[in-house]
Design a protein around this ligand. Structure first.
Ligand SMILES: [Zn+2]
Length: 137
């Protein structure tokens, strides 16, 4: 018997666990994970967890015009980070930091955070966000 997992569930697992894939041929890391290396096309890949890795902030964008469900977190800061050991590029919301405190190169760590609330359905969505390793002064 084959069990097919719906994509939304698969994606949820990936978001929570922060799993990437590493290519055994070229050594590069893909995030989100992919069955085929996005750099060299190899299928010789392995899954690696990124949840214990710190990351450096590369750049970010600030969204003042948050969509429904995100109002309480205005502004939403979306960062692009690179993990320290695997050099995986990750796009994730940033938390516990003000826009004026952000600096490129700052060290951040992943945390599980409430990302948005779907008021009508009563659903609360959790996901990975990154926060500064050292609270900015
Ligand atoms: Zn590769």
């Amino acid at each position: 018997m084959r069990i097919i997992i719906p994509p939304s569930w698969r994606n949820r697992i990936n978001r929570y666990q922060l799993i990437a894939t590493k290519c055994r041929d070229c050594g590069r890391t893909s995030y989100p994970p992919s069955d085929i290396c996005r750099y060299c096309g190899s299928r010789n890949i392995e899954k690696i967890p990124l949840i214990n890795e710190k990351a450096r902030l590369i750049t970010w964008t600030i969204i003042y015009n948050a969509m429904d469900g995100f109002e309480e977190r205005k502004p939403v800061i979306l960062g692009i980070l690179e993990t320290i050991e695997s050099h995986a590029r990750i796009m994730a919301p940033l938390t516990d930091v003000l826009p004026e405190e952000l600096q490129s190169g700052m060290l951040m760590e992943p945390v599980l955070r409430r990302i948005m609330e779907d008021g009508e359905a009563g659903l609360i969505h959790y996901g990975i966000a990154y926060r500064p390793l050292i609270k900015p002064q």
